[in-house]
Design a protein around this ligand. Structure first.
Ligand code: WT7
Length: 638
């Protein structure tokens, strides 16, 4: 495991020791960097598995991201917005503050109260963070849904959160195409009487059908006061729900609070990205995912940073778009995903080399393990061997970065492919099946042993599932669902998911969700889904399907129907690369599908122990179907 030295190679032992000796006190000190209307009386109420940070303190996320900057930074650009079609907009901290207050008043005028939920289904336009911050200002809970999800997924989420307001746009641009978001919302809310209004932003200015529930953003914003005092909210007041896939058929509504979450983001944005007033930050994530919530909306704005928000696809109109943006806006800090990097790398270094990337001083990676070769390419070709790389491990549930190098705090040798060390104040370990710490260089499960400030409050309206999913495997210890190992220097190496969750282009997709979608097709009796390595996406989805008896359709027709069904029920991001029709699935005697075996077959690995298998013959059938299809795919591509 080779090392790369950037800087002096100093640990900040003082900070690390201080954090270790009393993590509650350590985080309390960090929380003082925020503006509190009233101080807390108890820094942490830990009633496992429920943590309340800074109890008694009152705070507001919108106040901390906007109001506090009005004195010194009101004219500083908060967002340089770059449209996919080349349009651009600049929003200063003052502009953001005014827009947010106006929209907060709009929400109030529609009867939105503290604790009410508001669903946001928008493309990457400034009105998205404005809507979120307006909710935060009045204590409404925002729930953003990624604009790639289908009507049926949205319906489930709106139903679960019981949102009375939905915010959307007439459409959005994606890779030069138009996506008709309003139509999707119309379909999603057909039977949802509790949705009182849909607020529509004009982005593409096409003709849309308006119903009695629909209101236009511009009309609402026209004659409304631009003063809205931020609510003084309890530190644990819910800021947002963000749905994410888990091991069950239904997405989980991860609920985040305010004071602890903001403390985590303030600290990590400073330590990980080493933010300075003059920096121009660019995170390529979509705000529909947690990376965008934490490191486009809340983290950078807490610091009064300037950032670029890009509306579209990284390869539109061509593969040089991102380098173009870096050159145009003189980006200094760049945060992206291994999937994007693998795609850029495929097109060679000539393209990035033809742009001026010399303003870059720090590079980040997030969402999935980064292959060492890709890490080295990023370091050399993009960073010109002068930018440290922060490989940041975290999750929707953790709220903020948990493991990463910290150029804003210390300079330690980097190792391509390792996230390095945990953030000070966090107690992260790798343990075995029985809960014992494993030896160095031994693969085990990643767990978090102390509560941390960005930690989820619970799952929306489901404390039991919250306990079950994260706290039941080990006592009083958060189970992350990832494999990891620690090397002899204590560096963490993340080794992928340990549960039935896939990571496709860095996005989480639960195999159970896909399977329940497939079996809801009238011709399907059973299905099992697993992942296979993919050169660009990291992982690709494949599905094994058993049909009901006497199904007459041919496999091609069925395959198309099933792919369409997944697109309609979940969204295009969940589309399998291949569907295999088999007559039986490998099962244990107790009837559990052995996905491990399917995965081994699909990955051409050794099958291993099959002694618990009820139907050993299934293996050879699946193997031969798999190989036949592989051959025919290969022939087609030749
Ligand atoms: C899962 C969480 C982190 C925000 C975006 C994704 C994987 C995340 C890394 C990394 C290796 C990583 C893990 C984790 N993951 N970052 N730097 N190295 N794996 O959030 O959708 O909640 O997914 O992403 O498997 O559990 P998410």
């Amino acid at each position: 495991m080779s090392e790369i030295n950037i800087g002096l190679g100093n640990h900040d032992d003082k900070t690390r020791l201080e954090a270790k000796s009393n993590y509650v006190h350590f985080w309390e000190k960090q929380a003082k960097n925020l503006f509190w209307f009233s101080p807390w009386t108890n820094p942490l109420d830990w009633n496992p598995p429920f943590a309340k940070w800074f109890v008694g303190g009152t705070i507001n996320a919108s106040y901390n991201t906007l109001d506090i900057h009005q004195k010194n930074k009101s004219d500083k650009p908060a967002i340089f917005w770059e449209g996919e079609n080349g349009e651009s907009r600049i929003l200063t901290y003052h502009d953001m503050w005014i827009q947010v207050q106006k929209f907060a008043n709009v929400l109030k005028s529609l009867g939105v109260k503290k604790g009410d939920r508001v669903t946001i289904y928008l493309p990457m336009i400034p009105e998205l963070p404005i809507s979120m911050l307006a909710c935060a200002r009045i204590g409404a809970i925002h729930t953003v849904i990624f604009s790639g999800f289908s009507a049926s997924s949205i319906k489930d989420r709106i139903t679960d959160s019981k949102s009375k307001i939905v915010i959307t746009a007439d459409g959005g641009y994606r890779r030069g195409n138009i996506i008709y978001l309003k139509q999707v919302i119309d379909e999603a809310i057909v039977k949802l009487d509790f949705v009182q209004n849909v607020i529509v932003i004009e982005r593409i200015k096409n003709k849309i059908k308006l119903s009695s529930k629909d209101l236009m953003w511009n009309d609402l914003m026209n004659n409304i006061s631009n003063v809205c005092v931020a609510e003084k909210l309890d530190s644990s007041h819910p800021l947002y729900i963000l749905y994410t896939s888990g091991t069950t058929g239904k997405p989980k509504g991860v609920l985040h609070g305010t004071g602890g979450y903001l403390t985590h983001l303030y600290s990590t944005f400073k330590w990980v990205f080493d933010i300075k007033d003059s920096d121009i930050f660019f995170c390529t994530a979509d705000i529909g995912w947690v990376t965008g919530h934490s490191y486009i909306v809340y983290g950078p704005l807490l610091h009064g940073a300037t950032q670029v928000m890009y509306e579209g696809s990284p390869d539109f109109p061509d593969i040089s778009r991102i380098w173009n943006i870096i050159q145009k806006y003189k980006i200094t800090l760049f945060y992206t995903t291994p999937t994007a990097l693998r795609m850029f790398m495929k097109f060679g270094e000539k393209i990035p080399n033809s742009f001026d990337l010399s303003t870059l001083r720090l590079l980040g990676s997030v969402g999935e393990p980064i292959n060492p070769e890709v890490w080295k390419w990023y370091f050399k070709t993009i960073g010109k061997e002068k930018c440290p790389i922060v490989d940041t491990w975290w999750q929707t549930e953790t709220g903020g970065i948990m493991i990463s190098a910290l150029p804003g705090l210390e300079t330690i040798p980097l190792k391509p492919g390792s996230g390095t060390l945990p953030i000070p104040g966090l107690d992260i370990s790798v343990i075995d099946e029985y809960g014992k710490d494993v030896l160095p260089n031994t693969k085990g499960y990643l767990v978090i042993k102390n509560p941390w400030p960005g930690m989820l409050l619970t799952l929306w309206k489901d404390d039991e599932k919250y306990y079950e999913a994260y706290w039941s495997k080990y006592k009083n210890c958060y189970y992350a669902g990832d494999y990891a190992l620690q090397d002899t220097d204590g560096y963490f190496w993340l080794l992928g998911r340990a549960d039935d969750v896939l990571k496709v282009s860095g996005h989480r997709i639960g195999t159970a969700e896909l399977e329940s979608c497939l079996v809801s097709h009238t011709d399907v009796s059973e299905s099992a889904v697993c992942g296979i390595p993919d050169e660009i996406k990291g992982e690709a989805i494949i599905a094994f399907v058993v049909l009901k008896q006497n199904v007459q359709k041919n496999n091609m027709t069925l395959q198309n129907e099933l792919l369409l069904k997944i697109r309609n029920d979940i969204g295009a991001i969940a589309t399998p690369a291949q569907i295999y029709f088999v007559s039986v699935l490998p099962k244990t005697r107790s009837g559990k599908i052995m996905r491990r075996l399917l995965k081994a077959i699909a990955n051409k690995e050794i099958i291993g122990d099959t002694s618990t298998l009820e139907n050993v013959d299934s293996i050879s059938e699946i193997q031969s179907i798999f190989e036949q299809l592989q051959e025919s795919i290969q022939k087609k591509s030749e």
